[in-house]
Design a protein around this ligand. Structure first.
Ligand code: PLZ
Length: 451
């Protein structure tokens, strides 16, 4: 069946037959401007006709290298044959009933997988939703309900979504919060461990103590329902906290009856070289939020947590029309099977093993690359002004544009928009990854070269 869908037939090769965007994409961009509102911004106005493996084929016949996976979603590959087949088969049976009206088995099977795969051997329960933001909202609902406490702590540079509550949890005002307030109350923000910007030598434990002393002084554990944290921040700039930071926060939470909630929407499902990024430091969150990579491109998200916490909520307190839609659940089951079968966590580690040496060599040649960081297939370059060490968003924009013009999709990130982020599909052929990184290297060296 793998030859029957367009993505599977794509030659795994970068090939430009027009300038980017090409004429057909430019026509569609004109239609977009007339029909789609300006607030929904496009990073690279190249319209896609098919995608698979590590490439995106555009409507002009250009073939781009995909180092973004639609923001960490198509980890198992785009239009992955097993996912397409599962969705097709499910669509032929039924497309929707609403799990809250008349349930169906694929929803259960996804929740069973989530119980097995998320960290910790304790008894768990899950609920499924449509988007990461919706799942984050529901995790907060569960945490407040189960603890009877109102406050939520989040971190500098955090990203948790664009709905009203999750805007409040998200740090950056631009573009996410600007003129969209008032925001939900009882949200408190404390400093993260950000090794590149913290005082040199600040350990993970010290960074945790810095955050915890603020929480104790300004929130008070007895008012605090949960701490919500991305184990590696994504939109915030692929910030990997210093070792020991996350365990110290989690430990304090346990001691004070505060729920430790891991937002693994971007890091989950093999992205960082483990099923979940929390595993790297053996963390066992009370609640885990999943999304993105779980379903190979179909919209699905989940909250999984300790049974007594998840079951604390009264019957009917959680739900939604589409949450755990059968097509999305079928896609998730196929994606998870494919992650197991092809050891995609191992694939993420192999991506790191290829990329880190190349990016480190680039940093050694180019003082504007302040830091190379990340884990597995979640990697980044933080660009700075070498003279002052200040964030260099202008350079990042220039580099990203050059990559896009050359047919390599890379993503921007960071509160200061100076972090170039790589989130390749975990199935990307190694030669394509290397070629994409060569293009990036060339783009950085060219853009950073003195006049
Ligand atoms: N939590 C950690 O990364 C989504 C956002 C793109 P949704 N990240 C991509 C954009 O600019 O809107 C994300 C995330 C983390 C939650 C979310 C929200 O997930 O599926 O976009 O709602």
């Amino acid at each position: 069946m793998s030859a029957t869908h367009p993505g599977a037939e794509l030659v795994q090769q970068r090939r430009l037959v027009t300038e980017l965007p090409g004429p057909r994409s430019r026509e569609l961009s004109a239609r977009r401007e007339a029909a789609v509102c300006a607030g929904v911004k496009v990073a690279l106005p190249v319209f896609i006709a098919a995608a698979g493996g590590g490439v995106l084929l555009d409507v002009d016949g250009n073939c781009l290298i995909d180092l973004g996976s639609g923001i960490a979603v198509t980890s198992v590959g785009n239009a992955a044959p097993a996912v397409v087949a599962a969705v097709h088969a499910q669509a032929e049976q039924f497309t929707h009933t609403c799990f809250m009206v008349t349930p169906y088995e694929p929803y259960l099977a996804v929740c069973e997988e989530l119980a097995t795969l998320t960290p910790g051997g304790h008894e768990k329960r899950s609920a499924l939703f449509n988007s990461g933001a919706e799942a984050v909202e529901n995790a907060v609902k569960v945490a407040r309900h189960a603890t009877g406490r109102p406050a939520v702590v989040v971190f500098d540079h955090a990203y948790h979504g664009r709905t009203n509550l999750t805007m409040a949890l998200t740090a950056a005002v631009m573009p996410y919060k600007h003129r969209f307030g008032p925001f939900a109350p009882e949200i408190y923000r404390v400093p993260l461990s950000y090794p590149f910007r913290d005082p040199p030598g600040l350990s993970g434990q010290q960074a945790a103590a810095r955050a915890l002393s603020l929480i104790e002084a300004q929130v008070g554990a007895e008012h605090l329902a949960c701490v919500v944290i991305e184990p590696i921040q994504g939109e915030g700039g692929v910030i990997v906290p210093a070792p020991g930071f996350l365990p110290a926060i989690a430990q304090w939470c346990t001691e004070h009856g505060v729920l430790f909630v891991a937002d693994e929407v971007q890091t989950g499902f093999c992205r960082t070289g483990d099923w979940f990024a929390c595993e790297h430091e053996a963390l066992i969150p009370d609640l885990v939020i999943t999304g993105k990579g779980i379903a190979g491109g179909l919209p699905l998200a989940g909250v999984t947590g300790r049974a007594h916490l998840m079951d604390a909520v009264h019957a009917g307190g959680l739900g939604g029309t589409y949450g755990g839609n059968p097509l999305a659940c079928a896609a998730a089951l196929a994606s998870i099977a494919s992650m197991r079968e092809h050891d995609l966590a191992g694939a993420a580690r192999r991506i790191e093993a290829i990329a880190i040496p190349l990016l480190t060599a680039l940093a050694a040649r180019c003082p504007a690359v302040g830091q190379v960081r990340g884990r597995g297939a979640m990697l980044a370059l933080e660009l700075i002004d070498p003279a002052t060490g200040a964030p260099n968003p202008a350079l990042a924009t220039q580099v990203i544009r050059a990559c896009h013009r050359a047919g390599v999709v890379v993503l921007s990130s960071g509160t200061d928009a100076n972090v170039i982020r790589l989130l390749p599909p975990l199935v990307i052929p190694p030669e394509l990854l290397t070629e994409g990184l060569d293009v990036l290297t060339h783009a950085v060296l060219t853009a950073a070269a003195p006049e």
